[in-house]
Write a protein that binds this ligand. Sequence first.
Ligand SMILES: O=C(O)c1ccccc1NCC(=O)[C@H](O)[C@H](O)COP(=O)(O)O
Length: 214
Amino acid sequence: MSVSVKICGITKPEHANLAAYYGARWLGFVFFDKSPRNLTLQDAAAMRRQLPSSTERVGLFVNASHDFIEDACDALDLDWVQLHGDEYPNEALILKNRLGVSIIKAIGVSTAEDIDQADMFAPHVDAILFDAKPPKGSDRPGGNAHSFPWNLLSGRDLPYPWLLAGGLTPENVRQAVQESGAHAVDVSSGVEDGPGRKSGDKIEAFLRAAKAVR
Ligand SMILES: O=C(O)c1ccccc1NCC(=O)[C@H](O)[C@H](O)COP(=O)(O)O
């Protein structure tokens, strides 16, 4: 079975369509105004009809109000909500029941103990995203091109769906998958020419590399 891929921080329909063509499962859209990939609700609504139908749409939020998350779900017809803030474990369930979406909870990792934090969220969500903790000075919890030691995840046999994120690139995704045992990966900076500037060539290279891992 090939690795599932989420391309995060999409701001242009052409990158969404390219990612779909090369086999991405998910496309991520960031709704966080400190991010160079931030989308407004107006941007999202304008893009909605130009997006591929073969991929699942994920909206990313950092401590946003439930009303705002609902508006974003409507604007972009989101299938998933990814929570990157200080949510309490069953907040995901409340959102899921209100919006009828699937939920990803992001967990920042730098030590093995951080991975255990997922245990209290896992019963309430559809997937966990293990991402690197932000480096000092960053004003956003994700999308920092920062990785954590992938072998923290190896041999864990975690009983819930999870994705690996943080500092992945077309060059390192093979090693990252092999060391961590991930079945799904997420990338943003590694397929960009600069913060918020996605590269079609890098999206293609990443998807080819991830899909080639056995
Ligand atoms: O991408 C952002 O700017 C962002 C801002 C705030 C919260 C989350 C954000 N991104 C989350 C993602 O899912 C990224 O793909 C993930 O953190 C990996 O990013 P990168 O290390 O840049 O590949």
